[in-house]
Design a protein around this ligand. Structure first.
Ligand SMILES: [Cu+2]
Length: 464
Protein backbone atom coordinates (compact mmCIF):
# COMPACT_ATOMS: atom_id res chain seq x y z
CA UNK A 1 0.00 0.00 0.00
CA UNK A 2 1.30 3.46 -0.80
CA UNK A 3 2.34 5.36 2.26
CA UNK A 4 -0.55 7.33 3.56
CA UNK A 5 -0.15 11.02 3.75
CA UNK A 6 -1.78 12.77 6.58
CA UNK A 7 -3.04 16.24 6.62
CA UNK A 8 -4.15 18.08 9.66
CA UNK A 9 -6.46 20.93 9.12
CA UNK A 10 -6.39 23.78 11.48
CA UNK A 11 -8.71 24.38 14.26
CA UNK A 12 -12.09 25.83 14.36
CA UNK A 13 -12.57 28.04 17.30
CA UNK A 14 -13.56 27.92 20.68
CA UNK A 15 -16.37 28.38 22.96
CA UNK A 16 -15.27 30.25 26.04
CA UNK A 17 -16.44 28.60 29.19
CA UNK A 18 -18.53 30.46 31.69
CA UNK A 19 -16.81 29.15 34.79
CA UNK A 20 -14.29 31.67 36.16
CA UNK A 21 -11.94 28.84 37.17
CA UNK A 22 -11.86 27.75 33.52
CA UNK A 23 -11.48 31.20 32.04
CA UNK A 24 -8.14 30.28 30.49
CA UNK A 25 -9.29 26.87 29.25
CA UNK A 26 -9.41 26.25 25.51
CA UNK A 27 -12.22 24.31 23.88
CA UNK A 28 -11.97 23.82 20.13
CA UNK A 29 -12.72 21.39 17.32
CA UNK A 30 -9.89 20.13 15.17
CA UNK A 31 -10.37 18.35 11.85
CA UNK A 32 -8.03 15.53 10.86
CA UNK A 33 -7.74 13.91 7.47
CA UNK A 34 -6.32 10.44 6.96
CA UNK A 35 -5.36 9.49 3.43
CA UNK A 36 -5.77 9.80 0.54
CA UNK A 37 -6.95 6.21 0.37
CA UNK A 38 -7.18 4.77 -3.14
CA UNK A 39 -9.78 2.06 -3.63
CA UNK A 40 -9.97 0.09 -6.90
CA UNK A 41 -13.29 -0.51 -8.65
CA UNK A 42 -15.66 -2.55 -6.42
CA UNK A 43 -12.78 -3.20 -4.03
CA UNK A 44 -13.28 -3.80 -0.32
CA UNK A 45 -10.25 -2.18 1.26
CA UNK A 46 -9.39 -2.58 4.90
CA UNK A 47 -6.65 -1.99 7.38
CA UNK A 48 -6.63 -3.53 10.80
CA UNK A 49 -4.05 -1.35 12.51
CA UNK A 50 -2.66 1.77 10.88
CA UNK A 51 -0.23 3.53 13.19
CA UNK A 52 0.10 6.40 10.76
CA UNK A 53 -3.15 8.04 11.84
CA UNK A 54 -3.00 11.69 12.88
CA UNK A 55 -3.95 12.37 16.49
CA UNK A 56 -4.53 15.57 18.50
CA UNK A 57 -1.09 15.83 20.18
CA UNK A 58 -2.84 17.75 22.92
CA UNK A 59 -2.87 17.56 26.72
CA UNK A 60 -6.50 17.62 27.74
CA UNK A 61 -9.72 15.81 26.97
CA UNK A 62 -11.70 14.66 23.93
CA UNK A 63 -15.27 15.78 24.49
CA UNK A 64 -16.72 14.79 21.12
CA UNK A 65 -15.86 13.03 17.86
CA UNK A 66 -17.44 12.32 14.48
CA UNK A 67 -16.14 10.71 11.30
CA UNK A 68 -16.90 10.98 7.59
CA UNK A 69 -15.46 10.31 4.12
CA UNK A 70 -14.46 13.45 2.19
CA UNK A 71 -12.68 14.47 -1.00
CA UNK A 72 -9.63 16.71 -1.32
CA UNK A 73 -11.82 19.80 -0.94
CA UNK A 74 -13.42 18.46 2.21
CA UNK A 75 -16.78 17.68 0.59
CA UNK A 76 -18.60 14.58 1.76
CA UNK A 77 -18.15 11.64 -0.62
CA UNK A 78 -21.55 10.01 -1.26
CA UNK A 79 -22.20 6.33 -0.46
CA UNK A 80 -22.92 5.78 -4.17
CA UNK A 81 -19.13 6.19 -4.52
CA UNK A 82 -17.46 5.06 -1.30
CA UNK A 83 -18.86 3.71 1.92
CA UNK A 84 -17.06 3.60 5.26
CA UNK A 85 -18.34 0.29 6.62
CA UNK A 86 -16.60 0.67 9.94
CA UNK A 87 -13.85 2.49 11.74
CA UNK A 88 -12.44 1.83 15.20
CA UNK A 89 -10.12 4.25 16.99
CA UNK A 90 -7.55 2.69 19.31
CA UNK A 91 -5.35 4.62 21.72
CA UNK A 92 -1.99 3.03 22.55
CA UNK A 93 -1.18 5.82 24.97
CA UNK A 94 2.29 7.41 25.19
CA UNK A 95 4.16 4.12 24.80
CA UNK A 96 3.53 0.45 24.18
CA UNK A 97 2.17 -1.12 27.33
CA UNK A 98 0.78 2.12 28.75
CA UNK A 99 -2.82 1.22 27.89
CA UNK A 100 -5.01 -1.86 27.95
CA UNK A 101 -8.41 -2.36 26.48
CA UNK A 102 -11.07 -2.34 29.22
CA UNK A 103 -12.94 -5.45 28.05
CA UNK A 104 -10.36 -7.54 26.14
CA UNK A 105 -7.01 -8.94 27.13
CA UNK A 106 -6.33 -10.17 23.57
CA UNK A 107 -7.59 -9.35 20.08
CA UNK A 108 -8.08 -11.92 17.31
CA UNK A 109 -7.08 -10.32 14.05
CA UNK A 110 -8.85 -10.34 10.67
CA UNK A 111 -7.31 -13.64 9.58
CA UNK A 112 -9.19 -15.32 12.46
CA UNK A 113 -5.91 -16.89 13.66
CA UNK A 114 -3.41 -14.28 14.81
CA UNK A 115 -3.97 -13.29 18.43
CA UNK A 116 -2.24 -10.23 19.90
CA UNK A 117 -2.28 -8.73 23.39
CA UNK A 118 -4.83 -5.90 23.67
CA UNK A 119 -2.29 -3.16 24.40
CA UNK A 120 -4.53 -0.45 23.02
CA UNK A 121 -7.79 0.99 24.25
CA UNK A 122 -10.75 1.08 21.83
CA UNK A 123 -12.32 4.44 22.61
CA UNK A 124 -14.53 5.31 19.64
CA UNK A 125 -16.06 3.47 16.72
CA UNK A 126 -18.53 4.12 13.94
CA UNK A 127 -20.24 1.93 11.39
CA UNK A 128 -22.53 2.83 8.53
CA UNK A 129 -24.71 4.67 11.06
CA UNK A 130 -21.76 7.09 11.58
CA UNK A 131 -22.08 6.86 15.35
CA UNK A 132 -20.67 9.91 17.15
CA UNK A 133 -18.79 10.19 20.41
CA UNK A 134 -21.05 12.42 22.52
CA UNK A 135 -20.60 13.01 26.26
CA UNK A 136 -22.60 15.13 28.72
CA UNK A 137 -21.06 18.60 29.31
CA UNK A 138 -18.15 18.52 31.73
CA UNK A 139 -16.91 15.02 30.77
CA UNK A 140 -13.98 14.10 28.54
CA UNK A 141 -11.72 11.26 27.39
CA UNK A 142 -8.19 12.00 28.56
CA UNK A 143 -5.63 12.59 25.81
CA UNK A 144 -1.97 13.56 25.98
CA UNK A 145 0.56 14.98 23.55
CA UNK A 146 2.31 11.60 23.50
CA UNK A 147 -0.76 9.46 22.74
CA UNK A 148 -0.67 7.27 19.64
CA UNK A 149 -3.93 6.60 17.85
CA UNK A 150 -4.39 3.65 15.52
CA UNK A 151 -7.22 3.03 13.07
CA UNK A 152 -9.04 -0.10 11.97
CA UNK A 153 -11.26 0.64 8.99
CA UNK A 154 -12.99 -0.73 5.91
CA UNK A 155 -14.00 1.16 2.78
CA UNK A 156 -16.04 -0.20 -0.12
CA UNK A 157 -16.03 1.24 -3.64
CA UNK A 158 -19.47 1.02 -5.25
CA UNK A 159 -18.28 1.97 -8.74
CA UNK A 160 -16.22 0.22 -11.41
CA UNK A 161 -13.60 2.99 -11.45
CA UNK A 162 -10.74 3.52 -9.02
CA UNK A 163 -11.64 6.16 -6.47
CA UNK A 164 -9.80 8.06 -3.81
CA UNK A 165 -10.86 9.86 -0.64
CA UNK A 166 -9.92 10.77 2.91
CA UNK A 167 -11.33 9.56 6.18
CA UNK A 168 -11.99 12.76 8.08
CA UNK A 169 -12.55 12.97 11.81
CA UNK A 170 -13.52 16.00 13.83
CA UNK A 171 -12.35 15.99 17.42
CA UNK A 172 -13.59 18.46 20.04
CA UNK A 173 -10.91 19.06 22.65
CA UNK A 174 -10.65 20.94 25.92
CA UNK A 175 -7.92 21.53 28.45
CA UNK A 176 -10.38 22.61 31.11
CA UNK A 177 -8.94 21.12 34.33
CA UNK A 178 -12.47 20.84 35.76
CA UNK A 179 -13.30 18.14 33.18
CA UNK A 180 -14.29 14.79 34.68
CA UNK A 181 -12.45 11.96 32.91
CA UNK A 182 -14.35 9.00 31.44
CA UNK A 183 -13.14 5.49 30.63
CA UNK A 184 -14.40 3.85 27.42
CA UNK A 185 -15.82 0.32 27.67
CA UNK A 186 -16.30 -1.67 24.48
CA UNK A 187 -19.17 -4.10 25.01
CA UNK A 188 -19.66 -6.60 22.19
CA UNK A 189 -21.55 -9.90 22.07
CA UNK A 190 -18.68 -11.26 19.91
CA UNK A 191 -15.95 -9.31 21.66
CA UNK A 192 -12.20 -9.16 21.00
CA UNK A 193 -12.33 -9.92 17.28
CA UNK A 194 -11.36 -7.47 14.55
CA UNK A 195 -14.36 -8.89 12.64
CA UNK A 196 -16.86 -9.45 15.48
CA UNK A 197 -19.59 -11.07 13.37
CA UNK A 198 -22.10 -13.79 14.14
CA UNK A 199 -24.89 -15.51 12.22
CA UNK A 200 -28.62 -15.50 12.86
CA UNK A 201 -29.67 -18.80 11.17
CA UNK A 202 -33.34 -17.89 10.62
CA UNK A 203 -36.19 -20.37 10.36
CA UNK A 204 -38.03 -19.03 13.42
CA UNK A 205 -41.72 -18.17 13.66
CA UNK A 206 -42.74 -14.77 12.27
CA UNK A 207 -42.08 -12.16 14.96
CA UNK A 208 -39.74 -14.41 16.99
CA UNK A 209 -36.40 -13.05 18.18
CA UNK A 210 -32.86 -14.33 18.17
CA UNK A 211 -30.72 -13.01 21.00
CA UNK A 212 -27.02 -13.18 21.69
CA UNK A 213 -25.46 -11.93 24.89
CA UNK A 214 -22.33 -11.59 26.92
CA UNK A 215 -22.02 -11.14 30.70
CA UNK A 216 -19.05 -9.74 32.57
CA UNK A 217 -18.19 -8.22 35.95
CA UNK A 218 -17.74 -4.49 36.50
CA UNK A 219 -14.04 -4.01 37.31
CA UNK A 220 -14.61 -0.90 39.43
CA UNK A 221 -17.25 1.41 40.85
CA UNK A 222 -18.48 3.59 38.03
CA UNK A 223 -21.17 5.90 36.68
CA UNK A 224 -22.06 5.33 33.02
CA UNK A 225 -22.62 8.79 31.52
CA UNK A 226 -22.92 8.03 27.78
CA UNK A 227 -23.50 5.10 25.41
CA UNK A 228 -24.23 4.33 21.76
CA UNK A 229 -24.70 1.11 19.83
CA UNK A 230 -23.90 -0.64 16.56
CA UNK A 231 -25.94 -3.41 14.89
CA UNK A 232 -26.50 -4.73 11.36
CA UNK A 233 -29.58 -5.51 9.26
CA UNK A 234 -32.35 -7.44 10.99
CA UNK A 235 -31.65 -6.08 14.48
CA UNK A 236 -34.17 -4.75 16.97
CA UNK A 237 -31.76 -3.32 19.54
CA UNK A 238 -28.73 -3.74 21.76
CA UNK A 239 -29.29 -3.44 25.52
CA UNK A 240 -27.08 -3.18 28.60
CA UNK A 241 -28.62 -4.87 31.65
CA UNK A 242 -27.92 -5.69 35.25
CA UNK A 243 -28.98 -9.35 35.60
CA UNK A 244 -28.53 -9.28 39.40
CA UNK A 245 -30.88 -6.28 39.76
CA UNK A 246 -34.05 -8.09 38.67
CA UNK A 247 -32.54 -8.07 35.20
CA UNK A 248 -33.22 -4.37 34.84
CA UNK A 249 -32.30 -2.60 31.63
CA UNK A 250 -29.86 0.29 31.98
CA UNK A 251 -29.42 1.49 28.40
CA UNK A 252 -30.93 0.44 25.07
CA UNK A 253 -29.62 1.65 21.71
CA UNK A 254 -32.27 1.36 19.02
CA UNK A 255 -31.61 1.42 15.25
CA UNK A 256 -33.40 3.67 12.75
CA UNK A 257 -33.54 2.18 9.25
CA UNK A 258 -33.25 4.10 6.00
CA UNK A 259 -36.19 4.31 3.63
CA UNK A 260 -36.26 1.97 0.61
CA UNK A 261 -34.69 4.77 -1.46
CA UNK A 262 -31.68 5.09 0.84
CA UNK A 263 -28.35 4.30 -0.88
CA UNK A 264 -27.70 1.42 1.56
CA UNK A 265 -30.45 -0.53 -0.25
CA UNK A 266 -29.51 0.55 -3.76
CA UNK A 267 -25.73 0.40 -4.11
CA UNK A 268 -23.97 -2.55 -5.73
CA UNK A 269 -22.61 -4.74 -4.40
CA UNK A 270 -24.25 -5.05 -0.98
CA UNK A 271 -21.65 -6.53 1.38
CA UNK A 272 -24.07 -7.57 4.07
CA UNK A 273 -27.69 -6.86 4.88
CA UNK A 274 -27.68 -3.06 5.21
CA UNK A 275 -27.27 -1.59 8.66
CA UNK A 276 -29.24 1.27 10.20
CA UNK A 277 -28.79 4.95 9.36
CA UNK A 278 -28.74 5.86 13.05
CA UNK A 279 -28.49 4.27 16.50
CA UNK A 280 -29.87 6.12 19.51
CA UNK A 281 -27.40 7.49 22.05
CA UNK A 282 -28.03 7.78 25.80
CA UNK A 283 -26.60 10.53 28.01
CA UNK A 284 -26.85 11.05 31.77
CA UNK A 285 -24.68 13.60 33.55
CA UNK A 286 -25.33 11.99 36.95
CA UNK A 287 -24.69 8.53 35.45
CA UNK A 288 -26.02 4.97 35.76
CA UNK A 289 -24.40 3.67 38.97
CA UNK A 290 -22.61 0.32 38.76
CA UNK A 291 -20.78 -1.15 41.77
CA UNK A 292 -17.52 -3.05 41.44
CA UNK A 293 -18.26 -6.76 41.18
CA UNK A 294 -21.78 -6.30 39.81
CA UNK A 295 -22.62 -8.18 36.64
CA UNK A 296 -23.27 -6.34 33.40
CA UNK A 297 -24.88 -8.02 30.43
CA UNK A 298 -25.07 -6.92 26.82
CA UNK A 299 -27.83 -8.47 24.71
CA UNK A 300 -28.57 -7.90 21.06
CA UNK A 301 -31.91 -8.90 19.64
CA UNK A 302 -32.50 -9.81 15.98
CA UNK A 303 -35.40 -11.03 13.91
CA UNK A 304 -35.28 -14.85 14.07
CA UNK A 305 -37.49 -15.60 11.08
CA UNK A 306 -35.03 -14.75 8.31
CA UNK A 307 -31.31 -15.50 8.20
CA UNK A 308 -29.01 -12.55 8.99
CA UNK A 309 -25.33 -13.08 8.28
CA UNK A 310 -22.31 -11.09 9.44
CA UNK A 311 -24.52 -9.61 12.17
CA UNK A 312 -23.10 -7.55 15.03
CA UNK A 313 -24.14 -6.31 18.47
CA UNK A 314 -21.92 -3.68 20.04
CA UNK A 315 -22.31 -0.89 22.60
CA UNK A 316 -19.55 1.51 23.55
CA UNK A 317 -20.16 3.24 26.85
CA UNK A 318 -18.23 5.83 28.79
CA UNK A 319 -18.04 5.76 32.57
CA UNK A 320 -16.70 8.17 35.16
CA UNK A 321 -15.50 7.15 38.60
CA UNK A 322 -18.27 6.99 41.16
CA UNK A 323 -18.16 9.93 43.55
CA UNK A 324 -18.78 7.46 46.38
CA UNK A 325 -19.01 3.67 46.06
CA UNK A 326 -22.54 2.89 44.80
CA UNK A 327 -24.67 0.30 46.58
CA UNK A 328 -25.45 -2.65 44.31
CA UNK A 329 -28.64 -1.99 42.29
CA UNK A 330 -28.64 1.74 43.20
CA UNK A 331 -31.56 3.81 41.85
CA UNK A 332 -31.30 4.73 38.17
CA UNK A 333 -30.58 8.36 37.19
CA UNK A 334 -33.43 10.77 36.51
CA UNK A 335 -31.57 13.00 34.02
CA UNK A 336 -31.42 10.51 31.12
CA UNK A 337 -31.49 12.00 27.62
CA UNK A 338 -31.94 9.87 24.49
CA UNK A 339 -30.66 11.28 21.21
CA UNK A 340 -32.65 10.24 18.13
CA UNK A 341 -32.45 10.97 14.44
CA UNK A 342 -34.60 13.56 12.69
CA UNK A 343 -33.96 11.90 9.29
CA UNK A 344 -36.81 10.07 7.57
CA UNK A 345 -36.54 6.44 8.62
CA UNK A 346 -38.25 3.14 9.26
CA UNK A 347 -38.68 1.89 12.85
CA UNK A 348 -38.65 -1.88 12.27
CA UNK A 349 -35.85 -3.75 10.52
CA UNK A 350 -36.92 -3.95 6.87
CA UNK A 351 -36.95 -7.26 5.03
CA UNK A 352 -34.19 -7.10 2.49
CA UNK A 353 -32.73 -9.84 0.31
CA UNK A 354 -29.00 -9.40 -0.30
CA UNK A 355 -28.55 -9.96 -4.06
CA UNK A 356 -25.66 -11.73 -5.72
CA UNK A 357 -23.65 -9.34 -7.87
CA UNK A 358 -21.66 -9.96 -11.02
CA UNK A 359 -20.15 -7.82 -13.77
CA UNK A 360 -21.68 -7.05 -17.14
CA UNK A 361 -19.64 -6.74 -20.39
CA UNK A 362 -18.81 -3.14 -19.52
CA UNK A 363 -17.43 -4.27 -16.17
CA UNK A 364 -20.29 -2.74 -14.21
CA UNK A 365 -21.92 -4.44 -11.24
CA UNK A 366 -25.29 -6.01 -11.93
CA UNK A 367 -27.62 -8.18 -9.91
CA UNK A 368 -27.33 -11.83 -10.98
CA UNK A 369 -29.43 -14.91 -10.24
CA UNK A 370 -26.37 -17.17 -10.28
CA UNK A 371 -22.76 -17.02 -11.45
CA UNK A 372 -21.80 -18.55 -14.83
CA UNK A 373 -21.24 -22.30 -14.83
CA UNK A 374 -23.34 -25.44 -15.23
CA UNK A 375 -25.00 -26.78 -12.10
CA UNK A 376 -23.34 -30.02 -11.06
CA UNK A 377 -24.53 -32.69 -8.64
CA UNK A 378 -22.25 -33.16 -5.62
CA UNK A 379 -22.30 -35.83 -2.92
CA UNK A 380 -22.06 -35.61 0.86
CA UNK A 381 -18.65 -34.31 2.02
CA UNK A 382 -17.90 -32.66 -1.31
CA UNK A 383 -15.12 -30.09 -1.43
CA UNK A 384 -15.08 -26.71 -3.16
CA UNK A 385 -11.65 -25.20 -3.61
CA UNK A 386 -11.19 -21.43 -3.48
CA UNK A 387 -8.22 -20.54 -5.64
CA UNK A 388 -7.29 -17.36 -7.50
CA UNK A 389 -10.47 -15.64 -6.25
CA UNK A 390 -12.69 -18.38 -7.73
CA UNK A 391 -14.90 -21.16 -6.46
CA UNK A 392 -13.86 -24.41 -8.20
CA UNK A 393 -17.57 -25.18 -8.67
CA UNK A 394 -19.94 -22.24 -8.87
CA UNK A 395 -23.35 -23.93 -9.06
CA UNK A 396 -24.00 -27.11 -7.13
CA UNK A 397 -26.80 -29.48 -6.32
CA UNK A 398 -26.70 -31.33 -2.99
CA UNK A 399 -28.91 -33.90 -1.26
CA UNK A 400 -30.66 -32.76 1.93
CA UNK A 401 -28.41 -33.34 4.94
CA UNK A 402 -25.18 -33.23 2.92
CA UNK A 403 -22.11 -31.47 4.20
CA UNK A 404 -20.07 -29.20 1.96
CA UNK A 405 -16.56 -27.99 2.68
CA UNK A 406 -14.69 -25.05 1.22
CA UNK A 407 -10.88 -25.09 1.21
CA UNK A 408 -9.31 -21.63 1.06
CA UNK A 409 -6.22 -22.26 -1.07
CA UNK A 410 -5.34 -18.59 -1.67
CA UNK A 411 -2.90 -16.70 0.55
CA UNK A 412 -5.42 -13.87 0.34
CA UNK A 413 -8.29 -13.93 2.85
CA UNK A 414 -11.77 -14.91 1.69
CA UNK A 415 -14.96 -16.07 3.34
CA UNK A 416 -18.21 -17.78 2.42
CA UNK A 417 -21.28 -15.85 3.48
CA UNK A 418 -24.95 -16.59 2.83
CA UNK A 419 -26.57 -13.80 0.79
CA UNK A 420 -30.01 -15.42 0.73
CA UNK A 421 -31.47 -18.83 1.38
CA UNK A 422 -33.42 -20.91 3.88
CA UNK A 423 -30.77 -20.83 6.66
CA UNK A 424 -27.88 -18.50 7.40
CA UNK A 425 -24.22 -19.40 7.72
CA UNK A 426 -20.94 -17.55 7.29
CA UNK A 427 -17.30 -18.47 7.74
CA UNK A 428 -14.65 -16.29 9.30
CA UNK A 429 -12.00 -14.85 6.95
CA UNK A 430 -9.80 -17.79 5.92
CA UNK A 431 -6.74 -18.53 3.80
CA UNK A 432 -3.75 -20.90 3.51
CA UNK A 433 -5.69 -24.15 2.97
CA UNK A 434 -7.90 -23.76 6.00
CA UNK A 435 -11.41 -25.22 5.52
CA UNK A 436 -14.95 -24.40 6.51
CA UNK A 437 -17.77 -26.98 6.55
CA UNK A 438 -21.53 -26.46 6.49
CA UNK A 439 -24.32 -29.02 6.75
CA UNK A 440 -27.42 -28.39 4.62
CA UNK A 441 -30.46 -29.79 6.44
CA UNK A 442 -33.06 -27.46 4.97
CA UNK A 443 -33.99 -27.75 1.27
CA UNK A 444 -33.94 -24.68 -0.94
CA UNK A 445 -31.56 -22.49 -2.91
CA UNK A 446 -28.61 -21.00 -1.06
CA UNK A 447 -26.90 -18.00 -2.65
CA UNK A 448 -23.42 -17.52 -1.31
CA UNK A 449 -20.64 -14.97 -1.80
CA UNK A 450 -17.32 -13.82 -0.38
CA UNK A 451 -17.96 -10.64 1.59
CA UNK A 452 -14.42 -9.46 0.80
CA UNK A 453 -14.76 -9.97 -2.98
CA UNK A 454 -18.50 -9.66 -3.55
CA UNK A 455 -18.55 -9.13 -7.31
CA UNK A 456 -15.92 -11.75 -8.11
CA UNK A 457 -16.84 -14.65 -5.88
CA UNK A 458 -20.41 -15.95 -5.93
CA UNK A 459 -21.96 -19.40 -5.75
CA UNK A 460 -25.36 -21.06 -5.59
CA UNK A 461 -26.25 -24.38 -3.97
CA UNK A 462 -29.55 -26.15 -4.59
CA UNK A 463 -30.41 -28.49 -1.77
CA UNK A 464 -33.17 -31.04 -2.24
CU1 LIG B 1 -12.77 -13.47 -1.40
Amino acid sequence: MPRLLTIVIAAAVAALLALPAAASAKTFTKTFRYGPITVAGYEVKQTEADFDAPEPDFDGYVTGMSVDVVDKQGNQVPISRLMLHHIVFHNFGPKLGAKRDQTCSRFTMLNSTTVIPAVSERFYGAGEERQKLVLPPGYGYRTTKQDNWTLTWMLMNHRAVTDSAYIQYKVTLTDDPATTPVTPYWADVENCYTDPQFTVPGGGEPGSRFTKQVTWTAPRDMRIVAAGGHVHGGAYDVTLRQPQCQDRSLITSVPAWGTAKHPFYNVKPVLHEPGPIFMTRTLSASGFPVAKGEQLQLTTSYDAQLPHTRAMGIMVFYAADAKEPPQPCSPLPTDVVTQRTTQPHRESPPRFTVPLTGLNRKGQAIKIAAPPGTRVQAADNALVRIKDFQFSRTNLKLPVGARLSWRFDDDQLHDVTLASGPRGFASTHLSNRRTFTQEFDTPGTYKVFCSLHPVRMTQTIEVG
